[in-house]
Design a protein around this ligand. Structure first.
Ligand code: PHE
Length: 352
């Protein structure tokens, strides 16, 4: 064989291979083609082997020609493979198997419930003043819900906190179990637990009452309780702390008003109102034309409560407060009906 024979063999092979390649319509036959022409035992390799009989000079030339043919065929193979893949992708997508241009399923993003949001906001406000967040049981004993808070049996204040008894047997004693009516039982539980003073905690949590529901009453709701106990705590601390809270949550220009109120576990007891942020104290629907909105109950921890948990009231004093979370959210967002919070109406919930 001469060098010319060799290179015409190679170019014949190349053009044959290319012509054949053009006719191939599916990937399996393309693979057969690759094996036949470019495979380890394929035609091109065979041709290369025959070059051994040529004189060295011509062998190099023919070898180069063979390598060029190899590159050409490999590129042609790659291109054809790509074309076939694109074509098969196009047909499969028009058959409806996969259409990447269809919009995907939207990922629904949840949000925090408005009550959760306000609980967090209020906890953050008190945390910024050094209060720790603690949680307690929703099912309480009569002892903690009432007795330790200076609400003995037959005390008329029990009527205000009528609740759901869990083990109602007809006999109510300090062992009776109930769904807590307020977060105040945690006052006693925390003081009993904490040996080191000062105590400075807030307690968010769910409460329950035997209540006919209406626009401003629910039979279950969230409260946040606050408690600070140390040597030398005075009513001024109570006022300062709650004033700061009102400004953090309801705006820097808020005014507050304290008036006497009665809770058996505080002495003196107070209610705090803020000036109406809707009408700036002018009088409107939200503040019922008074210019003031009542936001919480508070007071100095009653000496009897301190004694009951083993604190000496001549050494320690403290203040406590409690507020309803839905009420806070209602004030903040101008919500008119408390029942909206728990009716699972997305039109309402999605606004927050
Ligand atoms: N526990 C009271 C209530 O449910 C609120 C309160 C807490 C009042 C602490 C004074 C001190 O209404």
């Amino acid at each position: 064989m001469t060098a010319e024979d060799a290179s015409s063999n190679i170019s014949d092979l190349q053009s044959r291979a290319l012509t054949e390649l053009e006719t191939l319509q599916d990937a399996r036959r393309l693979e057969d083609w690759r094996v036949v022409y470019l495979g380890r035992k394929g035609k091109l390799t065979q041709t290369l082997r025959t070059l051994g009989s040529l004189p060295p000079e011509q062998r190099r030339e023919a070898g180069q020609a063979a390598n060029r043919a190899k590159t050409t065929l490999e590129e042609a193979y790659d291109n054809h493979l790509k074309t076939l893949e694109e074509a098969s992708f196009a047909t499969s997508s028009t058959k409806g198997r996969l259409d990447v241009t269809l919009p995907g399923w939207p990922v629904l993003r949840g949000g925090l419930h408005p009550t959760t949001q306000i609980v967090r906001e209020i906890c953050n406000a008190f945390a910024s003043m050094g209060f720790q967040v603690v949680e307690g049981p929703e099912v309480e004993s009569d002892e903690y819900n009432f007795e330790k808070l200076n609400i003995p049996k037959d005390h008329p204040a029990r009527d205000m906190w009528n609740t759901l008894w869990v083990d109602y047997t007809g006999i109510q004693d300090e062992h009776s179990v109930l769904l807590r009516t307020h977060t105040s039982p945690m006052q006693a539980r925390i003081m009993e637990k904490m040996d080191s003073k000062p105590v400075r905690v807030i307690v968010p949590g769910k409460c329950y009452r035997y209540e006919a529901t209406d626009a401003t009453h629910e039979w279950h709701f969230f409260q946040v309780e606050g408690l600070a106990v140390d040597k030398g705590i005075t009513f001024a601390d109570l006022k300062g702390t709650l004033y700061e809270f009102a400004r953090l949550v309801f705006g820097q220009n808020r005014k507050v008003r304290f008036r006497c109120d009665y809770f058996p576990f505080v002495e003196p007891g107070a209610e705090m109102s803020i000036d109406c942020f809707l009408c700036d104290g002018q009088g409107c629907r939200v503040c019922k034309k008074t210019g003031w909105i009542e936001v919480l109950g508070a007071g100095m921890v009653h000496p009897k409560v301190l004694e009951g948990v083993g604190y000496d009231p001549s050494v320690y004093t403290g203040f406590a407060f409690g507020m309803g979370m839905e009420r806070m959210a209602m004030l903040k967002h101008g919500i008119e009906d408390i029942r909206l919070f728990y009716s699972n109406d997305l039109r309402f919930l999605k606004q927050f």
